[in-house]
Design a protein around this ligand. Sequence first.
Ligand code: WTA
Length: 658
Amino acid sequence: MSEVTTAADNQSGDALENLLTENRRFAPSVEFAANAIIHGDEYSKANADRPAFWADQSRELLSWSKPFTKTLDWSNPPFATWFEDGEINAAYNALDRHVEAGNGDRVAIYFEGEPGDTRTYTYAQLTEEVKKAANAFETLGLIKGDRVAVYLPMIPEAVITLLACARIGAIHSVVFGGFSADALRSRVDDAQAKLVITADGTFRRGKPSSLKPAVDEALSAPGHSVQNVVVVKRNGQDVNWVEGRDVWWEDTVGTASTEHTAVGHPAEHPLFILYTSGTTGKPKGILHTTGGYLTQTAYTHRAVFDLHPETDVFWCTADVGWVTGHSYVTYAPLINGATQVMYEGTPDSPHQGRFWEIVQKYKVSILYTAPTAIRTFMKWGEDIPAKYDLSSIRLLGSVGEPINPEAWMWYRRVIGGDKAPIVDTWWQTETGAIMIAPLPGVTSAKPGSAQVPMPGIAVDVVDELGASVAHGHGGYLVIREPWPAMLRGIWGDNERYKETYWSRFDGMYFAGDGAKWDEDGDVWLLGRVDDVMNISGHRLSTTEIESALVSHPSVAEAAVVGAADETTGQAVVAFVILRGSAAEDADIVTTLRNHVGHEIGPIAKPKTILVVPELPKTRSGKIMRRLLKDVAEGRAVGDSSTLADNTVMNQIAESLRK
Ligand code: WTA
C-alpha cells in the first residue's frame, strides 16, 4: 500500500495532548436514561456471541419473507455472507409493513424545499409513490440486478427512487449532484447503468441550479450503457431533450399503477453501489447487500439515536449522495417507522437561521449533522439559533470527521440547551452503518471522542505490526471481525477489495484512520493515515485531484494535500509546476480551480493553488506530501533527509515568499 504516515502525524502534538486530557464528562440525565431504548448493559451479551446478537436484532427489527437459518459465513474471508438463506425486501420493510400495521397515517417525510415549498408524505402515501415508481421502472425494462444511476437533489423523489429500485431488486448507484459530468460518466460506465434518474435541477441559495445538462454531457459520447433517462421536474428550467431516451418522471411514474407486490430478495442480493474516493485516482464502487445492511442500519439508528418512532422527529442533514443519506435518511429511519425531515437546500438560504427555523417548525427532536456545519454555525454566532425555539431537541448527533471538543461543547450548550446528549458516530461508506458511538442512555459522554465500539462490533487499535496497543496509546483503527453491514466488495474488483482493506494487517479490516485508546478505553479518531482527505466531511482523494490538475495543458506536475482548516476540517491545497508560458497567465489559478471543478465537481476545487518550481520527491520519485503539508499549514518543515534533492524545500519556500 502507499506511504502510511503515523497517526500522530495527522494532528499536531499539542492538539492531541489537549484532546487526550479532556476530562469533562456528561452522564445521561436520570430521566433520559430511564426512558432510553437501551439503558442496561447491551455489551456483554452482544460481544459474547456477536453473530447471535446480530441474528436476534435482525429477527426483531426486520420482517423476513423467508426466515434465515444461517447467520454468518466467514469461511472464505474477506468475503462474508450474513443471513444467507433468508429472503427480504427492503422497501416492504421500510413501507408496506408499517401501513399493514396500521401506521399508514404516520408522517414518513416532511419535505422542505429550498424556496420554501413543502410536501408531507405519510407512510401510506410514500408506499404508493414507491409502488408507482417500481412499476414505471419495470415498464422501462428494468429487471432485478440491473444498475440505476441516480443523480438527484435532496427531494423526496430521491428516496422514492432508491426504495423503488430496492423493491424490484435493481441496484442503485447514487452520484452526488455536486459531481461533474465526467465523474457521472465514469460511474455510469463502471457499473454499466441501464437507467439514469435525474432532475432538471434544484435550487442553490435562491437560484436555480441545473443537473440535466451534466447528464446530457456525460452521455454525449457514444458507447454507454444507458437506455433511458427519467427526469423529475423540480426547478422548471428549460432542458435539452433526447427523444426516445428521455422521459419525464411525471409522465412515467406519475401515470403508473399504485399496485405492486414486493417479493423477497436473497439476503445477499446487492442493494447498492456507492462510489467513494480511495488512495488512487479511480473511485471505488463500494458494494452493499441487503439483509446485513438493513439489520445494522436499523439497529444502530434505534440504539444510537434512541429512536421513539411514535414521538420523535428525526432530521439527518446529509445529502443522499453520501452514505449517511443512504443509511440514515433512506433506509434506517423508514425501516424503524420514524418521522423525518428532509431539506433540499443549504443552511444559509435565505438566511443563516434556516436550520433552526426548520427545527422549530417541525419540532425536530433528533438532529444529526456534521462538525463542519457546527463550526460554521459557531462562526455565524449564537444569537442566530437563539432567535428560535429549539426546545424540541433532545438528542444531537455528529458524523463525518472528528468533532473538536470546542465545537462539541458549543453544540451541546447552544443547540442542545445544555442537556441533550451528543452522539459522535464513527463509520464509513465501507462499514455501511455506525461502528463507534456512545449509547445516549448509557455512556457518559466525553467531548471529542467517539468513545465505544457498538455492541457486536469488534474494533481495535493496533501498531505497525498489527498488535493491539494498550490504553493510552495510538495506532491504526481496525475491525477484527466481520459485521453485518460491511461492504461485500468493490464492484467488479475483488482484488482491489482485498488489497485495500485486508492486506495491511492479517485478518483485519484496515479502516485507513488513525486512532487512540485513552486511559478509560474510549476511542479517539485522529484522521486519515492515507492519501484520502476529508473536506467538510466529504472524502476526496489527493491523487484524483492531482490527476485532474495534470490533465490541464498548463500543468506539468501537481501535488495535493489536505491542510488543517478551522471550518472545513481540511482544505485542499495544491502545489503545481506550470508548463512553458503558463506562469505569465495572471488568471491561471482561477483557470485551474475551475478546471478541477469541471473534472470532478465544485467540492474538489482547491482552496489554494501554489505555483512552485519543484516538488519534494524521494529518490524513488514519490512525492513527500508530508513536507508540503507542513508548508500548507505554515509549520516548520519536518525531516527532509530522504529527499532526492534536499534544496527543493528551500526553492519552494523562496518561490512562495515572492
Ligand atoms: C471520517 C462517512 C472522526 C473517517 C460516514 C472515515 C470520522 C471517513 C467520523 C469516512 C467521526 C467519519 N469521527 N472521523 N465521527 N465519521 N469520519 O466514507 O476518516 O464519507 O474514514 O463516511 O470519515 O467517510 P465516509
